[in-house]
Ligand binder design. Sequence first.
Ligand SMILES: C[S@@+](CC[C@H](N)C(=O)[O-])C[C@H]1O[C@@H](n2cnc3c(N)ncnc32)[C@H](O)[C@@H]1O
Length: 211
Amino acid sequence: MTAETIFEYFPNLSINQKEQFERLEELYKDWNQKINVVSRKDIDELYLRHVLHSLGIAKFITFNEGSKILDVGTGGGFPGIPLAILFPEAHFTLVDSIGKKIKVVDEVVEGLQLANVKTINARVEEIPGQFDFIVSRAVAAMPTFVHWVKGKIKKESTHSIRNGILYLKGGDLLEELKDYKTAEVYKLTDYFKEDFFETKKMVYLPLKFKG
Ligand SMILES: C[S@@+](CC[C@H](N)C(=O)[O-])C[C@H]1O[C@@H](n2cnc3c(N)ncnc32)[C@H](O)[C@@H]1O
């Protein structure tokens, strides 16, 4: 898959956004050679496994101008970087506890001149601030994750849905979500036709969840 597929799924991109998506491959390849943060296979299929997967969140919600989004355990910048390209008017904070991962993210942010991204090298439990939405992929089981972030979600919403967590997850979520009656699960195959998404889901957990 190339950046062209991203443009087909998201047809209203500006020239600048298209260029940013196109540059991602080169930037990640360069930086991954110096500091290995993304597996070889994942780098070869960057647009499918990382970029399009991250953008599953954007098929569910459009982030407003000025809204504040926290990406917890961003690793090499996913889902935060693709979402920050797509929503240049929203503010993204990308946090990870591993310094070398944040170093790669910083280089990609600089390479793309992404003005709406701030990075923090810390455990999420330690950072201050409140956000409209918390996004994440593949970081911790839901109860642990909720425990980390529940004080970090703003009560007042500027979106048409309640503020909360948007979490990209795979596998059987029944057990993990059994205590979260308000959780909504979306299949990414409803948005994207590639086989890769067959096991991929997104969980929306609105504020005022139990946990
Ligand atoms: C499996 S990786 C996923 C990275 C990225 N979200 C992705 O999907 O490509 C999990 C990441 O979460 C980070 N992490 C785990 N616990 C964390 C915490 N409490 N605060 C911040 N980052 C954390 C790890 O350092 C690691 O980079």
